[in-house]
Design a protein. Structure first.
Length: 291
């Protein structure tokens, strides 16, 4: 499913959550939606799901999503818990409800995931632990097989082994059933290997949209003799530095020119990639103490 957003603005009274945002998602990719708390991630996903009338344009495959029942049936938005489910409902009822609303729903897969995450079908939603409620949301999102599936911090309540089981299930199912998947997360490094393209938003604005591998190539860790590292990084954007004795490691932002690569070899410096999370922190760093 292709997603086109033009001039999107979302306001809550005097607060502007999304400010004149425009971008397109070509589809059949796993997108990472990254932003600090309060950056507008949830408001953006709600607009993409047609939960509110947009100021601007939100189109899915060329058609507006708001008040378009056919389009909304092809979209699934899951927040950090299965918050659409009544606490008194049994898990089996919640899954039946998902099947009733989604033409693309795969019930066999939903039952398989429920077993994987150890969610009892006869258990009431209110009796589930936080991690199980998060897992139930993931079950709904993946089993929906919706052409546009959005997971808004849906994995946060899970423990580490369960999160890793979720990541494996997500990648395996995406490979078999490609679709447009958007994931918002603060656990950037855990998910970074899954992300094909990244959108970073800050203070309601789009900071960048980039293929994940291209974004990673913008940062380099420079390691070697401290004085040589200082010479090499002079004039570059240095994100951070660490020293141990005479050895120093500096993370720099920005593509290196051929002559800089030659100079690094001459100085005996080691060059390596830096984490996507470190680039995210740099790109959303407050300027002059203000956001």
């Amino acid at each position: 499913m292709r997603v086109d957003v033009q001039g999107l603005t979302v306001r809550y009274g005097d607060v502007t959550a999304i400010n004149d945002m425009s971008f397109s998602l070509s589809g059949n990719k796993i997108y990472g939606l990254l932003g600090r708390n309060g950056s507008g991630k949830t408001s953006l996903m709600s607009a993409l799901a047609g939960y509110r009338k947009p100021s601007g344009s939100v189109q899915l495959d060329g058609l507006p999503v708001f008040e378009n029942a056919a389009a909304m049936r092809r979209v699934c938005l899951v927040r950090h818990t299965a918050d659409a489910a009544d606490k008194g409902d049994k898990v089996a009822y919640v899954l039946d409800h998902g099947a009733a609303w989604r033409d693309t729903w795969d019930n066999d897969y939903a039952l398989k995931l429920a077993d994987l995450f150890k969610i009892g079908l006869k258990t009431k939603v209110g009796e589930l632990s936080l991690g199980q409620r998060s897992a139930l949301g993931v079950v709904i999102g993946l089993a929906s097989r919706s052409p546009l599936t959005m997971l808004d911090e849906s994995h946060l309540g899970m423990d580490t082994p369960t999160r890793y089981a979720f990541y494996d299930a997500l990648l395996h199912d995406f490979m078999e059933h490609p679709r447009t998947i958007v994931i918002s997360t603060h656990l950037i490094e855990e998910l970074s290997s899954l992300l094909e393209e990244v959108l970073i938003i800050d203070d309601g604005r789009l900071v960048l949209q980039e293929e994940a591998d291209v974004l990673r190539s913008r940062g380099t860790e420079v390691t070697g003799n401290a004085s040589d590292v200082d010479e090499f990084t002079a004039g570059l954007t240095v994100l951070s530095e660490k020293s141990l004795g005479r050895t120093k490691a500096a993370m720099v932002y920005g593509a290196l020119e051929d002559e800089q690569l030659v100079r690094a070899r001459q100085l005996g410096l080691e060059l390596g990639p830096i984490a996507l999370q470190d680039l995210f922190v740099h790109l959303t760093e407050p300027v002059g103490g203000k956001r």
